[in-house]
Design a protein around this ligand. Structure first.
Ligand SMILES: NC(=O)c1ccc[n+]([C@@H]2O[C@H](COP(=O)([O-])OP(=O)(O)OC[C@H]3O[C@@H](n4cnc5c(N)ncnc54)[C@H](OP(=O)(O)O)[C@@H]3O)[C@@H](O)[C@H]2O)c1
Length: 282
């Protein structure tokens, strides 16, 4: 099957190159802004077009790699063309294929195909992207065909139920975006101790990266270290006394979470006193 894209952003451009690298036939990418660019973009040999019609005619599978808020608008345009038998996919983690409203009447098949990966540029390295999970949700009748297409890539692929998409996406946000918020609060605390941003991030990196690796090597329970795991209540109290209200709330919410892990690890220890200290955080 031949694949075309609408939207030459981070995901569209990265998946374009990745599919070509994995011997999937790519017809090109519809773009509102990239057609006339030169230099680096041209060197990627991508075919850009400003005609949706051209991309649609040449493609069996169309990826709408536009921002979530633009998917339904672009779909309204796409559905005005003859698209019977085509596969229409978007890459949103939170939206399901239902955003392609009325697709049954067009004779096309709708899917959400989400790479669980943070694309921060249009040139994601193949070896990084190969580690990402692809989740697929959509038309059950033609699921095998779309799975076959994706199986050209080395990625792990899972099928998702549409009702699970919001929770699935929240999980991705916890592990990725919210981790940014957490590290930012850690950085701000070091700023208050006189570290500039660069020094703070350099200080935190070995701690955070090693800890992340531990989590994925041994699991969340066994990776847990620190004052909660040691049941060191005075240290927890000192932290709470030293930090501002906003950070207290983050600290308290996440400490409650890791107490659950500590309780599993040390069933003989009572964490009731620590929970009580946290309850006092309003
Ligand atoms: N970034 C991530 O980490 C990530 C990860 C997984 C999934 N996703 C999903 O992938 C999709 C694309 O995200 P992205 O990060 O690639 O976004 P992006 O970098 O902002 O690119 C989106 C592209 O869509 C086009 N576009 C923007 N507004 C449009 C509109 N109103 N109508 C038509 N085209 C429009 C633009 O391309 P042209 O200038 O070429 O028209 C733009 O470059 C989203 O559904 C997102 O949820 C993102």
């Amino acid at each position: 099957m031949k694949v075309g894209f609408i939207g030459a952003g981070k995901v569209g451009c990265s998946l374009y190159d990745y599919f070509v690298h994995n011997n999937i036939l790519v017809t090109g990418c519809y773009t509102r802004t990239q057609a006339n660019v030169s230099g680096t973009e041209k060197q990627t040999q991508k075919i850009f077009t400003t005609s949706i019609d051209k991309i649609l005619t040449k493609s069996d599978v169309l990826f709408l790699t536009v921002p979530d808020d633009a998917i339904s608008t672009v779909w309204e345009q796409v559905k005005t063309y003859p698209i019977q038998g085509k596969f229409i996919c978007h890459c949103s983690g939170s939206l399901g294929s239902a955003v392609l409203s009325g697709i049954e009447a067009t004779g096309a098949y709708g899917y959400s195909i989400h790479p669980m990966f943070p694309f921060k540029s249009k040139k994601t390295a193949y070896e990084d992207l190969a580690q990402a999970l692809f989740s697929v949700e959509g038309n059950e009748e033609h699921m095998e065909e779309i799975m076959d297409l994706l199986s050209a890539c080395p990625n792990r692929i899972v099928r998702l139920k549409s009702e699970d998409k919001p929770k699935y996406h929240a999980a991705a946000v916890f592990a990725s975006n919210l981790a940014v918020g957490l590290i930012n609060q850690a950085k701000e605390l070091l700023n208050e101790c006189g570290f500039d941003d660069e020094a703070a991030l350099n200080a935190l990196k070995p701690l955070a990266v090693t800890n992340m690796n531990n989590i994925f090597d041994v699991g969340t329970c066994d990776a847990l270290t620190g004052p909660v795991e040691r049941h060191d209540i005075k240290t927890v109290q000192k932290h709470l006394d030293a930090i501002d209200q906003e950070k207290k709330e983050t600290y308290s919410a996440l400490t409650k979470e890791i107490i659950k892990l500590a309780e599993t690890r040390h069933p003989d220890v009572s964490y009731a006193d620590m929970k009580h200290v946290l309850e006092e955080v309003k």
